[in-house]
Every structure is written in C-alpha cells, then in structure tokens.
Design a protein around this ligand. Structure first.
Ligand SMILES: Cc1cc2nc3c(=O)[nH]c(=O)nc-3n(C[C@H](O)[C@H](O)[C@H](O)COP(=O)(O)O)c2cc1C
Length: 411
C-alpha cells in the first residue's frame, strides 16, 4: 500500500505526465522533450500570429474572448488571485470562487487579479436562493450528540446554534457589476433578473446544470453558456430543481443530451483531468471544459497540506457525494467526519445550517492539519491529479490536446 502511494507520488512529481508519454510513443525522453519544446514554440508562434484556430469549436472562445477552451473551475476557498490570473494569462479562463467572500474583500480580490492579468477572468457566486435560512432549524439528537463529542475531543466548547453563512448575494453581485468583471458564473441555478443585470453591465453569465431540464431552464433565464456538470464532479452538485440522487448523471451521458437540447454553448465539467478528457468532451459536442480537481494539483492553489496529501493518495472510490458537510450534496474525499455523521442515520440540517454547525470543526482541523475534519472536495478523476505548476500544466494540456486531436483526425 505504502509502495503504491510512493510510486504514485513519484509518477506525479518526477515522471512525465502519462498523456505526454502516450502521445510521444517513444522511450527517448530527451527527443520527446525536444519535440514538446518545438510544439510549444510552434504554439507560441501561432498565438503571436493570431492563428488560434486549432480548436474544433470556437463558440465559447469567441464569446468569452479567450484563447483556449479550458476553464479553471471556481472553487470557493481554494482559488486565489494568483491561480486565476495565471490560467487567464495562459489563454484559459481563470475563475475565483467568491461564495464565501464578503463584498469589500471581493473588491480587493478583483483588484489583485487585475494587477496580475489584463485578460478575461470569471467570478463565481452561489445563487441568491442559497441564502434562505431556517432560523428554527436545530440538529437532531444524534447529530447534536456527535458534534458535541467532536467539540469535546478538540476542546472547542459548546456547539454554536446554526447561523447564516455567505453573501449577501445582492452586495456581491453589485461589486461584480461595478467592477465590470468580464465573466460571472452562478452555481445552484440563476434567476432571469440577476442574469439580465449582469448582461446589461456587459459581462457574460455562465451557470451549472446537472440535468437537461435544468439546462433548458437556464437557457430561458438568458445565460450565455451552460456548464453541464456530470456526477463525477468534485465539490457541490449544482443541482437546483430535483432530488440530487436523480441528477447524478455522468458527464459522458449528460453533455451530448444538453448539447442537443440547447442553443447556447455547453461547457463540460466533471472528471476532465487531462487532454484525453478535453478531446473527449469536444467529441461529445462541448465547446469547452471546466476543470476543478485537476487544478487542485497546482502548487499555486490554496489547498491545505493534509487535503493535498489526501488528494495525492485518493482513488475514485475514495470520493462520495455527501450532505454531511454543508447540508447540500457535494463530492468529497471520505474522512472521519463524513463517515461519522452519515453513520448517524438521522436527517441532517438544511444548507447552510449544517455548514454553520460544522464550521468550528473545519477551522480546528485546518489549524491541526487534520484531514479527518476538513472538507476535502474532489471529483472521481482524482487518481489522475498530478502536481504541476499552473503554467506547465496549461501548456501541457494545450499541446497534448492538439497532438491527440491530430492523431485521431489522421486515423
Ligand atoms: C474544491 C472544489 C471546490 C468547488 N467549489 C465550487 C464553487 O465555489 N463554485 C462552483 O460553481 N463550483 C465549484 N466546484 C465545482 C466545479 O465548478 C466543477 O463543477 C467541478 O470541479 C468539475 O469536476 P472535476 O472536479 O471533476 O473537474 C468546486 C469543485 C471543487 C473540486
């Protein structure tokens, strides 16, 4: 077991990424490197000449005015101005997950991104209805007992009563409009009024859908493009219309059905980890991909050490969709907290009350670097995550996708 973990750690840090090795088809690493450099130079020169027609679909590239159809997913608490700007500078779309960022801090964050890039970037909010808060909600007897036991174990005192978290949405949205953020994305649905407001300010709105019906609803609400989020995806399910268990549709099945159902460009999300995933999504009809878990391997990402270690050693079967952390379904790496709370077999609190009563445990886990009580969001592709600085990662994705498309096209 330890040997496997060691091998995987070696493969991620030292070995050339598997896609490149496959694509090169040669054991001669030096000549492979030379070929890759030549390809990078060719890519740079194409870009310089403005010839960026290598992608099979330009809909989203033209809409968002970006060079490569690669969106680094907004990931609240893990993204920061450095990673966002780096992805945008590399020709993709960097995204900041701002759900938990109060308005004044959000303004500073946008400024910090702009200091690092003059290219388009995306700021993401959880939709307004997620602020609804049931003031009377209290943990059931088993949850209360379990939380109290954890609090006692870590010396955290009494478990506080649930309180609202995040937002206020209206204030956050106002900042995005005033600051003329070029791209705004929503999670958990989008209402037509908010979409109209953002579009009137000249920005483009994206939103996640997890079923064909949700995609149609979003199109009616006026979004510019739809993120089809498959069940493999890490983090919160964007589901906003039906029970989440009915909406755990895999990316392979969801994307082409959404593509057939709507006229706006579709962005595939969920399990896209490398160039193979990108090219596959184009074959399914997507105009771009949104990748979350894959970017967690970049050292520039704000990922706590114990979470990073868990990501490095996790396999697909180590993740699960759970409501234990926030009250809304989200895919995370299993840990002691999730197993303990799910084992209670008692209804949990609604979002965001569940998030709020488990907050002190997460804070303490971060201080103690304890993976047992962190929220370690990750998707099923986690076994393919590799440690790579963001510039190298972006360059390899683009180069490997080009080579793969050329190979497939020539068969
Ligand atoms: C750590 C993490 C945090 C996330 N936070 C957000 C978020 O704040 N807003 C959002 O729209 N999506 C969020 N997501 C979901 C992503 O937008 C996207 O759907 C998902 O990462 C795609 O699947 P993948 O992780 O397999 O690439 C998050 C995903 C991860 C892994």
């Amino acid at each position: 077991m330890e040997g496997i973990a060691r091998h995987r750690a070696w493969r991620r840090t030292c070995a050339a990424p598997r896609v490149e090795e496959n694509l090169r088809g040669t054991a001669d690493r030096e000549s492979g490197r030379a070929a890759m450099r030549a390809s990078q130079n060719a890519s740079a020169s194409r870009t310089r000449q403005g010839q960026t027609d290598m992608w099979p679909d330009r809909k989203l590239l033209d809409l968002l005015e970006i060079e490569h159809p690669i969106i680094q997913a907004p990931m609240a608490s893990a993204t920061n101005p450095v990673i966002v700007a780096a992805v945008s500078n590399a020709g993709g779309l960097g995204s900041f997950g701002a759900a938990g960022t109060p308005s004044p801090k959000l303004r500073e964050t946008i400024k910090a991104i702009r200091e690092r890039t003059d290219r388009p970037f995306n700021i993401n909010l959880f939709s307004a209805h997620t602020e609804e808060f049931d003031r009377d909600a209290r943990p059931g007897p088993r949850l209360a007992k379990q939380l109290a036991a954890y609090h006692a174990e870590f010396g955290l005192g009494a478990v506080p009563a649930p309180e609202p978290m995040f937002g206020p949405f209206d204030g956050q949205l106002e900042v995005l409009i005033e600051e003329r953020v070029p791209v705004v994305s929503f999670h958990f649905g989008a209402d037509a009024a908010a979409v109209g407001k953002v579009h009137a300010a000249g920005a483009k709105v994206l939103c996640s859908a997890t079923t064909v019906d949700e995609a149609k609803t979003l199109e009616r609400a006026g979004v510019a493009a739809i993120i089809a989020q498959g069940g493999e995806a890490g983090g919160h399910r964007g589901t906003f219309s039906i029970d989440y268990q009915r909406a755990l549709i895999g990316t392979m099945a969801l994307v082409p059905q959404v593509v057939d159902a709507v006229d706006v460009p579709v962005i595939a999300a969920g399990g896209v980890m490398d160039a193979r995933g990108i090219v596959a999504c184009f074959a399914l009809g997507a105009s771009a991909v949104q990748m979350g878990t894959a970017f967690l391997g970049c050292p520039e990402m704000s990922v706590l050490d114990a979470w990073r270690a868990s990501l490095r050693n996790a396999a697909a079967e180590d993740t699960k969709v759970t409501k234990a952390v926030s009250g809304r379904p989200a895919r995370a790496i299993r840990n002691r907290y999730i197993e303990g709370v799910e084992g209670l077999q008692e209804p949990l609190l609604p979002y965001p009350a569940q998030y709020s009563v488990s907050r002190a445990l997460r804070k303490s886990a971060a201080e103690r670097n304890d993976s047992g009580f962190m929220s370690m969001w990750a998707g099923q592709g986690v076994g393919l995550m590799r440690d790579q600085p963001v510039d190298d990662f972006m360059r390899d994705l683009v180069d490997a996708a080009q080579i793969l498309m050329a190979r497939l096209g020539s068969r």
